[in-house]
Ligand binder design. Structure first.
Ligand SMILES: O=P(O)(O)OC[C@H]1O[C@H](O)[C@H](O)[C@@H](O)[C@@H]1O
Length: 448
């Protein structure tokens, strides 16, 4: 019995009863590409077995480092962008109190966890430097390539602050570097300076790396149960290993979203009814968009946070262009609930809700939205998750990683590379005058 359940029961208005079965042959082919390694990007399939073959010695070191960081730092800064940021942020938000960073120190069992290096905003970094002030802090600089501009700039600025506070030698003991096993600028510096090092495996791409040290160290520092996280992913791995789309929900989701895509539903919104899942959607957007957006093809990944965005995007979803599909991540049991208070005056007219809880209202909103959007011509799928535990998160991460891999192969693209990301970097380097980009710099400056 799967720990999370995928509900496509509302698609009968959009997908004919025979269509899923007709995808089986294509799913078999995609499955073979994925598991036999016969498809494009086959050298980035390490995520498949990661939940069972991860480096146990490094895993133990991660736990030890997290304990040290908790003991000597009020603030923990995770520096990274893309896959080196979004997974950790999504997991920490998913697993913790909504206001975990704002809780008074005596109510927090771990440091404030703040992310940097995920933009080039000088205001953000200045505000962060000022927020740190003279408090004790540690840095985890995370970059698979070791050369990404955004985290590199943030690391230079925050390392400088660390050295000014502790001196060069003591500062090194507060820098944790997660990067390539053998190469890249960050690896070179880490070796030279003696930073505590963790590895981003060669065969795992950035957007698939949340269950490596990339995500595990920040998640552990923020109090996450990384053993349960890996266990959930391991059990999902055991669950989603059947090629039969009627038995493998990850494959069924992949097949259905491709059926809908081919019918013109070219944008998918991942939706939640819990604000702590907002960044899970951000992680999902990179996973789906960077895996599938190739060769002028692919489902555009978007997101919405309900019921909040029903008051901003609801109009479009209900009556705008009919090229949308929705996938709701529905948390069956919230971390906590609230009884609707009684009020004899009932001036607000909420008397009919008395005796119910707030989550009862949230769930009725979800049901009402599914009916309204389906009636309005938007196909809606739901991934039901029982709770917001680390086990469930690991399980769900693996569900979507499997789904996007199959989905990408179903659409005839390599789900594991990201060549398009290099275009802006080349232009940016040229305009910045980076050595080696002189010719392009000249050409681009004439166009500005
Ligand atoms: O971890 P890094 O090498 O710094 O890469 C960080 C991110 O930037 C790259 O440009 C890619 O878009 C992402 O797949 C990657 O996660």
């Amino acid at each position: 019995m799967a720990h999370i359940s995928f509900d496509a029961s509302r698609l009968d208005k959009f997908v004919q009863s025979n269509e899923l079965a007709e995808m089986q042959a294509m799913v078999n082919a995609a499955d073979s590409q994925l598991r036999q390694g016969t498809g494009a990007g086959n050298d980035f399939r390490g995520f498949l077995d990661l939940p069972v073959n991860y480096d146990k010695a490094e895993f133990a070191r991660i736990k030890k480092a997290a304990a040290k960081i908790k003991s000597d730092s009020e603030i923990f800064i995770a520096i990274g962008i893309g896959g080196s940021y979004l997974g950790a942020k999504a997991a920490i938000d998913f697993l913790n109190n909504t206001f975990y960073n704002m809780l008074p120190a005596d109510q927090r069992e771990f440091p404030q966890v703040i992310f940097a290096g995920n933009s080039i905003s000088s205001s953000y970094l200045t505000d962060l430097v000022n927020l740190i002030g003279d408090r004790d802090f540690s840095i985890n600089v995370i970059s698979k390539s070791g050369t990404t501009t955004e985290p590199s700039i943030a690391f230079r600025v925050l390392k400088d602050k660390l050295i000014k506070k502790y001196g060069k030698d003591a500062a090194k003991g507060r820098i944790y570097a997660t990067t390539d096993r053998a190469k890249g600028a960050l690896k070179t510096e880490s070796d030279a300076e003696g930073y505590d090092e963790y590895v981003v495996p060669d065969d795992i791409g950035g957007r698939f790396s949340v269950l490596t040290a990339v995500g595990l160290l920040p998640i552990a520092v923020a109090g996450g149960d990384i053993d349960q996280l890996m266990q959930g992913a391991a059990d999902a791995r055991a669950e989603y290993n059947d090629t039969d789309v009627t038995k493998n929900d990850a494959y069924k989701y992949a097949a259905l979203r491709n059926i809908l895509y081919r019918k013109g539903y070219t944008t998918e919104l991942l939706e939640n009814y819990e604000p702590t899942l907002q960044y899970f959607s951000e992680w999902w957007k990179q996973l789906m968009g960077e895996s599938e957006g190739k060769d002028q093809k692919g489902i555009y990944p978007s997101s919405a946070n309900f019921s909040t965005d029903l008051h901003s995007l609801g109009q479009y979803i209900q009556e705008g262009r009919r090229n949308l599909m929705e996938t709701v991540v529905n948390v069956e049991k919230p971390n906590s609930d609230i009884d609707i208070p009684t009020d004899a005056q009932n001036l607000d007219g909420l008397g009919y809700l008395e005796g119910h809880t707030m989550d009862f209202v949230n769930k009725k909103a979800y049901q009402g939205v599914v009916l309204a959007h389906t009636d309005g011509g938007v196909p809606v799928m739901t991934v039901n998750i029982p709770d917001q535990t680390a086990y469930t998160l690991g399980y769900m991460i693996y569900f979507f990683e499997m789904a996007v891999s199959i989905s990408g192969y179903l659409n005839g693209i390599n789900p594991f590379n990201q060549p398009g990301v290099e275009a802006y970097k080349r232009n940016m380097f040229a305009l910045l005058g980076k050595p080696g980009f002189e010719e392009l710099g000249k050409e681009l400056n004439e166009r500005l």
